[in-house]
Ligand binder design. Sequence first.
Ligand code: SF4
Length: 491
Amino acid sequence: MREEIEAIKKKRNAVILTHVYQRGEVQDIADYVGDSLDLSKKAVSTKSDVIVFCGVQFMAETASILNPGKIVLLPDKNAGCGLADMATVEQLRYRKKQYPRAAVVSYINSSAAIKAESDICCTSANAVAVVNSLPQDQVLFIPDRNLGSYVAEQSSKDIVLWDGYCYVHESITIDQLKSLKEQHPSAEIILHPECPASLRHMANFIGSTSQMSRYAGQSKHNEFIVGTEINFVYRLKTDNPDKIFYSGSKAYSMATAGCNFHCRFCQNWSISQIRNDEVFKLGQNITPENIVLNTKEAECQTIAYTYTEPTIFFEYCYDTARIARKAGLKNIYVTNGYMTDEMLAMLSPYLDAVNIDLKAFQDKAYRRITGGRLQPVLDNLKKMKQLGIWLEVTSLIIPGINDDTHEIRDIANFVVQELGSDVPWHISRFFPAYKMKEVPVTPLHTLQVAKEINHEVGAHYVYLGNVKNNIKDDCCPNCGKEIAGVGLSHI
Ligand code: SF4
């Protein structure tokens, strides 16, 4: 395949620019690997007619703006950035009216439409310098609240934060960093400024991916604990083969295309709802044996069957899980809970943990928003519990669909009474997606109320998803200490 790509590249006079967050094999085929800023600069200086941008939409948009005469290709047109999607032009216009004196600084991880509404754009490497260069005393910083708070710590300006965040950086926990530091006491902690302040305050160095790479290369230290997207570690190791880099406990996540549901809010709709004639354009042929080998090579301890519905690829999952178990790996099944007894009986001996989505508590709503039925999901939740598999439940709270307090109480009662008070329940905040783009984001208040209802009915472990820094995590019912970000929904 490599030769094929090289031949097409030559024929089209193309250049391949790859972001450091891409998988190692995509980095290996690239002409240039770098962060958003590096690649934007490369895009300007290239003499090629075609730019193949292995990144996400906003990066290809930037390359296209900077190169109006060139063709910019994005290999996966649906490759988006959750952080960039957290700011819309309408929201920004509203905030500008609220803060008329403020300069608008947009992080490069924003759409072209947002950048067009901004006074100036910055990267994580130059955010502080850009903000400090402005004549205005007040700055509306969008969309990353963590990068914004990092800038605020180093600037005398009044920084108004936007409520966006990067899921990857917010998923890193204090406990993970502490545990890695205990295992590797001489390692330095290097983090991206998109990490929350609680993590940044533990770091020896904070910087963009290119700054981290430079720091690690020039440092006298030989070991580093890295807090950013996991694929970046591949780049660090390639650039600094004599140094050692650690990251948190990792799961190797895999999926095939398709799903037995058709959820109108599906975040992964581009693979779960793909048309039959497009299926074979995605992914790669890989045997279960090679999945296990890849998992070990990637230094992961677990395989997560996730993204789409693993029941769709049950046979493949079953073969992989058995080989993985023999190889000392764990198997995690992230599912909509819609499967037969026969399948459950075959697979359950190889499962270490399961997270089941309980999407509503009314059959009518279930049929309408997912295309499936409620009762089989409830039955399978109980069966999983009886089989003794570690079980967690996730519910996405969607305004106007399942946010009624009676419905939330019904779900809470079911979880506590049928599954037990100790089964963790993840209540997730909805963000507009797929066929529900017009539905608003779940208000924080709704999630707080849901959490209170859960405690009233006796649930011990309730976690709010997609709101980590706004609301505190639960406390252990035994020792009373805060439990920071545990659970399968963080995998
Ligand atoms: S079950 Fe999951 S993967 Fe399938 S459509 Fe619903 S949200 Fe998407």
